[in-house]
Design a protein around this ligand. Structure first.
Ligand SMILES: Cc1ncc(C[n+]2csc(CCOP(=O)(O)OP(=O)(O)O)c2C)c(N)n1
Ligand SMILES: [Mg+2]
Length: 307
């Protein structure tokens, strides 16, 4: 067993948080199963292993805040809306799809939530929305999720520059899983995310923990400052449990093993077996049968998305 990121026992979760974590986990495992059977088209990127990031942030964000997601966005969406039916219908091109079936897995727009598969695109858009919020809805913020590899996109720096200069309520959440598709971060990033934030005078916080309660406590005050116009970069050191998309995993066995050893799912089952097993089977059963079965039985949309 390799060292876990924080090496500590996870604190007990509320039923609500655990159910949400399990919902995301089983939703995506089901997706991979459906793709494997040829029941879905296009592609999908799972956030297996990273589910705790949006779940931890959930209670720190409010309905007036905007969330910008990326290609790995099912967890971000489910943490915001808890709508597995609408998302699965979107991915399967069925009636009840949240974006009428034209967005698919990566391109979702609902209320103050938007995802894009184009790396870095969301940063300037989120900065623009943060400017709007500063002027018209003070106290609200724009939260944007990006990966470590996305720091190779120039648009990220243009957005950071203006966020710092104009003191925008912009929260940049970096899910640093150590890899971009098949390129390890160490092979493509000079310096660090922290150095790059510092170049703009933007505070940076490193989160090593996978403990939802601990993460919330550690970020509460900083996120309150974002609402007052202090942009912030929060970098989660996390692990991608699965392939980049489907079946395209060329990582060495020890890297995958380290990801498994840090997985909140196995760790929570170990640390809190009674709580875990009381809810895991229930949430898994819901996703495997009723949600997927019900959505698959709906009429197909004529214009289903292909990605
Ligand atoms: C502008 C742009 N370039 C390339 C791609 C292809 N692509 C999709 S995901 C990805 C890797 C992103 O890595 P990272 O930002 O670390 O996020 P992760 O996949 O690890 O969550 C790439 C290169 C893209 N979607 N958009
Ligand atoms: Mg990455």
């Amino acid at each position: 067993m390799t060292e876990t990121l924080d090496g500590l026992r996870l604190s007990p979760l509320t039923d609500e948080d655990l159910e949400l974590l399990l919902l995301v986990r089983h939703f995506e495992l089901k997706l991979l199963e459906l793709y494997g059977r040829g029941d879905l088209n296009g592609t999908t990127h799972t956030c297996l292993g990273q589910e705790y990031v949006p779940v931890a942030l959930r209670s720190l964000l409010g309905p007036a805040d905007h969330v910008f997601s990326n290609h790995r966005g099912h967890g971000h969406y489910l943490a915001r809306f808890r709508d597995p039916h609408g998302l699965l219908a979107e991915i399967m091109g069925r009636e009840g799809a949240v974006c009428g079936g034209v967005g698919g897995s990566q391109h979702i727009h609902r209320d103050r939530y938007m995802s894009t598969g184009v790396q870095g695109e969301s940063m300037p858009v989120a900065a623009g929305v943060a400017l709007h919020l500063k002027r018209s809805e003070p106290g609200a913020l724009a939260c944007v999720h990006i990966g470590d590899g996305t720091w190779g996109e120039g648009a990220v720096y243009e957005a950071l520059n203006l966020a710092a200069l104009w003191r925008l309520p912009l929260l940049v959440v970096v899910e640093n899983n150590g890899i971009a598709q098949s390129t390890p971060t160490a092979s493509q990033m000079a310096g660090t995310v922290a150095d790059r934030a510092a170049a703009f005078g933007i505070p940076h916080r490193l989160v090593l923990s996978t403990d939802v309660n601990e993460i919330r406590l550690s970020l509460e005050r900083e996120i309150a400052r974002v609402r007052e116009g202090q942009p912030l970069v929060v970098e989660f050191v996390t692990h991608r449990l699965g392939p980049h998309s489907k079946g395209d995993d060329i990582r060495p066995a020890e890297v995958v093993r380290a990801a498994r050893d840090n997985d909140w799912y196995a760790r929570y089952a170990h640390d809190h077996p009674e709580h875990f097993y009381r809810l895991d089977g229930v949430v898994k059963g819901r996703g495997r049968g009723p949600v997927a079965g019900e959505v698959a039985a709906r009429p197909r949309l004529s214009r289903g998305a292909i990605t």
